[in-house]
Design a protein around this ligand. Structure first.
Ligand SMILES: Nc1ncnc2c1ncn2[C@@H]1O[C@H](COP(=O)(O)OP(=O)(O)O)[C@@H](O)[C@H]1O
Ligand SMILES: [Mg+2]
Length: 258
């Protein structure tokens, strides 16, 4: 079982879109568990309108329920499952913080390591403790960057925090991180000059950490479509958005097989 955490301290950079579309595409070949670790429950609401009233990741981290009891079917296919979250994850994060529990997610995932091929975690790192739990649990961190959102500061901060967590860890953690650009604007079939310039600065600094695939800015019609509960980008390979998420999934699958 490989654990992929989709992280960035910045909001609105495509974490949820990336976690969802990656999980969906990988579930065509692998057994995939999607964990919603964002108290807003954006992933959870896609699969269950009543997500605020069911047990989820909070109760697992608080050791109130067994992880196996909160793994729900998505109904999308036979391979894609999820664990929901809700607002009380904020309180759980606070409890974990006071007890310095930064490896609880990792320990919990050990219990299901023979059940899934891939676990993908969606985040909203308002909580440093939840962020650290990700670093302990993950084999790979994928950092989506919205090139229009002060992205350079966001990436530097996220990677600084990642490295600090690794350095402070009493045990040897093996983690590999990669960067993916999202919301890349195109004109005449290629990235705009602004997009190119931002991507170049980050690529010059982070080199091979930057994935080859990038996600283009979604057109208005496909943005509307993504509100549809059944919608996944790669179901519509006529759109550049769909093609981009397919390329990203293929690249990530290559990483998993390395
Ligand atoms: N490639 C894209 N092009 C245009 N809009 C996008 C793209 N990816 C995500 N969005 C939209 O941008 C907003 C933020 O994306 P989201 O995945 O929720 O980010 P995060 O989880 O990091 O906050 C959402 O409304 C989403 O539908
Ligand atoms: Mg999100």
């Amino acid at each position: 079982m490989k654990v992929i955490s989709v992280l960035n301290y910045k909001g609105g950079c495509g974490k949820t879109a990336t976690a969802l579309n990656l999980a969906y595409e990988l579930s065509k070949k692998h057994k995939v568990l999607l964990i919603d670790l964002d108290p807003q429950g954006d992933i959870s609401s896609k699969f269950n309108d009543d997500f605020e009233n069911v047990n989820g990741i909070s109760e697992v981290l608080m050791k109130e329920v067994d992880i196996n009891d909160v793994i729900y079917k998505t109904g999308v296919n036979d391979n894609l499952f999820y664990i929901p979250s809700k607002l009380d994850l904020n309180d759980t994060a606070e409890v974990l913080r006071t007890k310095s529990q930064i490896a609880i997610l990792q320990k919990t995932l050990e219990e299901i390591k023979d059940k899934f091929d891939v676990v993908i975690i969606d985040n909203n790192p308002n909580s440093v403790t939840l962020f650290k739990n990700n670093i302990y649990a993950a084999d790979y961190v994928i950092i989506p960057i919205n090139i229009y959102k002060n992205s350079i500061k966001g990436i530097d901060y996220t990677i600084k925090k990642l490295n600090e967590t690794l350095e402070d860890s009493p045990i040897d953690l093996h983690i590999d991180y990669r960067i993916v650009f999202t919301m890349v604007t195109y004109i005449k079939g290629q990235p705009t000059d602004y997009a190119k310039s931002v991507m170049k600065v980050i690529k010059d600094y982070y080199g091979n950490r930057v994935l080859d695939a990038h996600i283009r800015m979604q057109s208005k019609p496909s943005q509307m479509q993504s509100f549809n509960k059944e919608y996944f980008a790669t179901d519509d390979l006529k759109t550049s958005y769909g093609k981009d998420y397919l390329s990203l999934s293929n690249e990530v699958e290559g990483l998993l097989n390395e």
